[in-house]
Write a protein that binds this ligand. Structure first.
Ligand SMILES: CCC[C@H](NCc1c(COP(=O)(O)O)cnc(C)c1O)C(=O)O
Length: 307
């Protein structure tokens, strides 16, 4: 079923509208030139009702992305936070994937985007494991992409910008066509950057490693997992990592709002560790799910209850 043919409500420019009425003109500027910013967030059902995980950090990143691209935002962060909660309530959702998007309208077609209106929508829908439930347990097969991640002075990688995902789509489709589940992109120097829609970690001799963020998005899940690992007493190291360090790692996994904590069992035909979800990955994955579903009481500030 097309995403357009759903029922429910989408928050659009300050109002909750019926899902199917949220349409834009074919000459919408962002459709043509790819300048827009978005977020991927999740609400989870908890013993105290539905809650959005680290909503404030996601909204702050949306506004930071807009600032990097110099897109004027017609609402404030607090209004967007409140509207996001309203979308979950209005659709009667308990756990959901949430997609805020800010984009330029059809007021003009010049690249300067002068005088264009920024429109904002927030949609939410039930979305299970991004790479499949089995992936969360068994792990996935990953291919290093022939496409590099953006050079940091070609695309603004700290902005979660819609146009940046052309690179992600090219990489993901190449990996999928080659029979893999996901792509791993290297930066311009050849160091490991991130997945097409995820940050990446590896475990070696009990130490958790993740690439420095030069060519990768500042992932909120990455930050969460690094904090949880520290609380488990696991040493966390951020450094430049090469593809062959991942080949000989004991464990590897992706993190992201959509991907959550997805184990990686093979990269480029090299089996990672035991070839299934490793013990450190499993501990972090289970702690992550306890955290986002309110079973773990630490970090109450990470959950925004919608009711
Ligand atoms: C299609 C993009 C989906 C989106 N990807 C999130 C994402 C991440 C992880 O960031 P975070 O942990 O803050 O989510 C890292 N890197 C990229 C390129 C991403 O698109 C998501 O909702 O997970």
């Amino acid at each position: 079923m097309s995403m357009a043919d759903r029922d429910g409500f989408i928050w659009f420019d300050g109002k909750l509208l019926p899902w199917r009425e949220v349409t834009v003109h074919g000459l919408t500027h962002s459709l043509h030139y790819g300048m827009g910013v978005f977020e991927g967030e999740r609400a989870y059902n908890t013993p105290a009702g539905p809650a959005i995980f680290r909503l404030q950090e996601h909204t702050r990143r949306l506004f930071n992305s807009a600032k990097i691209l110099q897109m004027d935002m017609p609402f404030g962060e607090a209004e967007i936070n409140a509207a996001t909660c309203e979308v979950i309530r209005a659709n009667g959702l308990e756990s959901a994937y949430i997609r805020p998007l800010a984009f330029y309208g059809a007021e003009g077609m010049g690249l300067s985007a002068k005088g264009l209106k920024t429109h904002v929508l927030i949609a939410a829908w039930p979305w299970g494991a991004y790479l499949g439930q089995e992936a969360l347990e068994r792990g996935i097969r990953v291919k290093v992409s022939s496409f590099n991640r953006h050079h940091v002075n070609i695309h603004m990688v700290k902005a979660k910008a819609t146009g940046n995902y052309l690179n992600s789509m090219l990489a993901q489709r190449e990996a999928s066509a080659a029979g893999y589940d996901e792509a791993l992109l290297l930066d311009r120097e050849g160091y490991v950057a991130e997945g097409s829609g995820e940050n990446i970690f590896m475990v070696r001799d009990g130490v958790l490693y993740t690439p420095t963020l030069t060519s990768a998005l500042e992932g909120i899940t990455r930050d969460t997992v690094m904090r949880l690992a520290g609380e488990l007493g696991i040493r966390v190291v951020e450094k430049q990592l090469t593809r062959d360090e991942f080949y000989i790692a004991d464990e590897a996994f992706f993190t992201g709002t959509a991907a959550e904590v997805t184990p990686i069992r093979e990269i480029d035909g090299r089996v990672i560790g035991s070839g299934s979800r490793g013990p450190v990955t499993q501990r972090l994955q289970s702690l992550y799910f306890d955290q986002v579903t309110g079973k773990r009481k630490e970090h109450p500030e990470w959950l925004t209850y919608v009711n």
